[in-house]
Design a protein around this ligand. Structure first.
Ligand code: IPM
Ligand code: MN
Length: 352
């Protein structure tokens, strides 16, 4: 099968993890005779430096014309306190909006061989849930601004029934293939948008009598993810709550570096690890490539290349079983480099 894939390496560790991801994908395409064509495009801080825009129109254009986008990560601390009013992250948000990537899927899987979680082992056995995070609405994209004298600032949180319904249905569909449970996480005791979410989701639930729907307030959900993570199957939530809960959930798996995600739109989709650009590790060959590699595996699934996806996941599992891992998930005395992890997975696939 022929596919055109736009690749955004981005900032920090982005180029290193993407290099391993493409290497692994090449071993899949060789094996299955696929023809993937990769086109590198500019975004993030490099794009600010070169063309003064963290998401140039040309990049958006190429992404919209491609079959899928693979995204590394963006962000650079030098933009934290500067006055140019532009950040690499703005580029990512603009691309999500332009591609209409309304549904962000973040699987949270605990691997029993990894032992770096701060949570007690007995709470973690078999934890496997997915966060469905709304990605193009809410407080991230509502009107924002400052009062004239600069003394006040505001960020509006707005949701329409339509926006909630689209991601809601996807979450229920996914639950049908899993443990038939959806937990809506909100703050309906305080926020009007949360009350609208409840109204819409309760209505959708009528179409899915086999799926059990329950509700948790965000503060309680944050606690349950730590105390009782086994209760979750699908967590459905808005943009801001989903952002926060996914970082929290990563901690119970041992490392943010492990988490992949798929951002699904009406027509186009993008695949991006959950972690940021980790600038302290840039160029050191220590970053965990698995978040990005597993995002590529979600891309294969999206292309309906099921066998390819499962062989890739098997290879990742094998690297974890054999402890060929970066130092975020294994004792640093025995750890492997970013490149060694990529090569192990590549070889495993070749030898299947
Ligand atoms: C994420 C990131 C982004 C977000 C940032 C980089 C804008 O934290 O994908 O979770 O907040 O959505
Ligand atoms: Mn985040």
């Amino acid at each position: 099968m022929k596919k055109n894939i736009a690749v955004i390496e981005g900032d920090g560790i982005g180029p290193e993890i993407m290099k391993q991801t493409i290497k692994v994908l090449n071993s899949i395409t060789r094996k299955y005779n696929h023809d993937f064509h990769y086109q590198n495009v500019l975004a993030g801080s490099l794009a600010i430096e070169k063309v003064g825009d963290p998401m140039p129109e040309e990049t958006i254009d190429i992404c919209l014309k491609s079959d899928a986008v693979l995204f590394g990560c963006v962000g650079d601390p030098k933009y934290d306190h500067n006055s140019i009013g532009m950040r690499p992250e703005d580029g990512l948000l603009k691309l999500r909006k332009k591609m209409n990537l309304y549904c962000n899927i973040r699987p949270i899987i605990v691997y029993s061989q990894i032992d770096k979680s701060p949570i007690k082992k007995e709470l973690l056995n078999g934890v496997n849930f997915i966060i469905y995070r709304e990605l193009t609405g809410g407080i991230y994209f509502g009107e924002k601004g400052r009062s004239k004298n600069g003394e006040k600032a505001y960020d509006y949180c707005v949701y329409s029934k339509k926006e909630i319904e689209k991601i809601g249905r996807m979450a229920f569909q996914s639950a049908l293939l899993r443990k038939n449970k959806v937990t809506l996480v909100d703050k309906a005791n305080v926020l009007e948008t949360s009350r609208l979410w409840r109204e819409v989701i309760q209505k959708i639930a009528l179409d899915y009598p086999d799926v059990n729907l329950d509700f948790l307030y965000i503060d309680n959900a944050a606690m349950q993810i730590i105390m009782n993570p086994k209760i979750f199957d699908i967590i459905l939530t808005d943009n801001m709550f989903g952002d926060i809960l996914s970082d929290e959930a990563s901690v119970i798996t041992s490392s943010l570096g492990l988490l992949p995600s798929a951002s699904i739109g009406n027509k186009k989709s993008m695949f991006e690890p959950v972690h940021g650009s980790y600038p302290q590790a840039k160029g050191k060959n220590i970053a965990n490539p698995l978040g990005c590699i597993l995002s590529a595996s979600m891309m294969l699934e999206h292309f309906e290349m099921h066998e390819e996806k499962s062989i890739l996941e098997k290879a990742v599992k094998k690297s974890i079983e054999d402890q060929v891992c970066t130092s975020d998930i294994i004792d640093s005395k025995f750890s492997s480099t970013t490149e060694e992890v990529g090569s192990f997975i590549e070889k495993y696939i070749q030898n299947q």
